[in-house]
Each structure stands twice: as structure tokens, then as C-alpha cells.
Design a protein around this ligand. Sequence first.
Ligand code: GDP
Length: 307
Amino acid sequence: MEKNSGIYIAGHKGMVGSAIVRKLQQEGFSNLILRSSRELDLTDQKQVINFFEEKKPEYVFLAAATVGGIQANNTYRAQFLYENLMIQNNVIHQSYVNGVKKLMFLASSCIYPKMAPQPIKESYLLEGPFEPTNEPYAIAKIAGVKMCENYNRQYGCNFISVMPTNLYGPNDNYDLETSHVLPALLRKFHEAKIKGLEYVEVWGTGIPRREFLHVDDLAEACFHLMETYHGNVSVNVGTGQDITIKELVEIIKKIVNYEGEIIWNSDKPDGTPRKLLDVTLIHSLGWKYKIPLEKGIKDFYKNKFQD
Ligand code: GDP
């Protein structure tokens, strides 16, 4: 990418898209093309056709998606399937039609089989059934990965995709019904502390293990791969380390300095028992995460809730 290349970041207001924008700006890219969902509805084929014809972006980061935590995935099942398929179909196909030089599609580690051996290698994709709570989202995202792969094969495109692990950082979603565990817990513990509540309710059993990556580290990885990687394998992006939800709860409790009780609500689902990515490939491609989990959460908490 040249410093004045037209680079379209789809989903620039979201957690991932906004982190990619910050990274590109830091690197001195001056011709970023940004459209909010109000200005450009990516599920609408006509609008996407007109936008690509008019703007002719040279590079595309496809970070726009309908996303959510375990409960949102399970509740808005049709919507997650429909909207993600429409967004991907429109953006990936128009990127091909309009000769985009390179596109990066953001997939997700939750599209791997529920019982995948750990750590999860890129080659385990489609080797077993999905976790039922996020099957619709997984089906949509896999379609996106396969579009990139097959547009490369049939049309000679240069479309790549990445599989980020669970992310956290600025511009996350804090709605307790639809968010992921890390922002949800920060908010719950913070509010319990401020309001002097005696306990915090946490979902599930605390036994599942998850890997967490700061979104600024992901943006570094996306930039690095966009500059250097060509290939059909959707590259895992993670830290290579995971913790139990119980351990995460303890870290957040300590950072927020909350002294009350914790109540485990086992009526809520645990989801996948473990989701740890094998990061051998991305290490061999020259990227490694930098932000340690406790430091990342501390800074995130300070910026979001304390300033
Ligand atoms: P997942 O990684 O797709 O399962 O999505 P989540 O980040 O939503 O959930 C991860 C794990 O954290 C699951 O085992 C949840 O049951 C657990 N968890 C505990 N408390 C919460 C909470 O308040 N919100 C969410 N979203 N998950 C929670």
C-alpha cells in the first residue's frame, strides 16, 4: 500500500475497524475511505455497487459485521446469518468487480469446531460440528473465508482473511445482554463498586477457557499481513495463551478493586469449553502480540471508566 492509496475500511466505527484506522493513520496513510452504516448500508447491494463504482478503493479492510457475545449470537440467529452474508457478498464481490488490489476479511476464532483439539490450528476449520450458540455466525463467516479463497482461485484476486481470537479494547460493546465477557465484566464490577452492591452475577460455571487479545495488537497484525502475506489460509491471530473465565473474573475484580461476592449463574450457557489458537503460522510470518493481558485490561479500564 502507498501512503496515498485509497483504502476503504468497512466498519470503521466498530472496535476492530477503528483500531485499523488508528494504525493506518499512525503509519501515515492519508487517503482512508470511511462510511458509517447510515451513509452506506452494506447489506444493500445497489448502494455498495454505487459506492465502489464511485470511490474505486485500491485496498479494502472488511471489518464490518453484525457481532455479539454468546447471548446475542444465540438470540439474533437469523439476523446474524443474513446480515453478515449480505455484507460479505456485497463487499467481496464488488471488490472483485472493481479490481481492488488487495482485500482483508476479518473472520473469527469462534468459527472453528466446538470440540477442536487445542491449540486450534488453521487446518481444523470445518473438521467438526459448531458450538450451537454461534452456528449461524460461524456459517456466515466461513462463507466469507471461502469467498476470499475461491475468488483468488477462480479470478486471481489477492483476498486474504484472518481469524482473530476474543478481542477487547476501545469502542467495544458494553450492553450487558449482547456484549462479550470482558467488557461485560468490567462494566458489572465497576457498577457494583460504584453502587456498593454486595455481589456481581457472572454467567456460566467459570470453567471455560478463553484467549484475549487487545484490538491494537490485532490492528498491528492486520497491517503486517496486508503488507506481507498472500495466501489462501485464514491466519490465526492471538496471544497463544488462555485463562479460565474464573481467572478472568479474579483479574477484573482486582483491577476494579471490588470487594463483594461473586454469584455464578449456571442458567446461562458456558459455550465452547476452550478456544485457544495455535499461533505458529503468524509467528513464522513475523508478528507476535505485545500487550500483556493485565496491563491491557488496566489501561482499558482506566480510559473507559475512570477518566
Ligand atoms: P464466546 O467466547 O463466544 O463464548 O462469548 P462470550 O465472550 O460472550 O462468553 C465467554 C464466556 O464467558 C462464556 O462461558 C460465558 O458464559 C462467560 N461469561 C461470564 N459472565 C459473562 C457475562 O456477563 N457476559 C458474557 N457475554 N459472558 C459471560
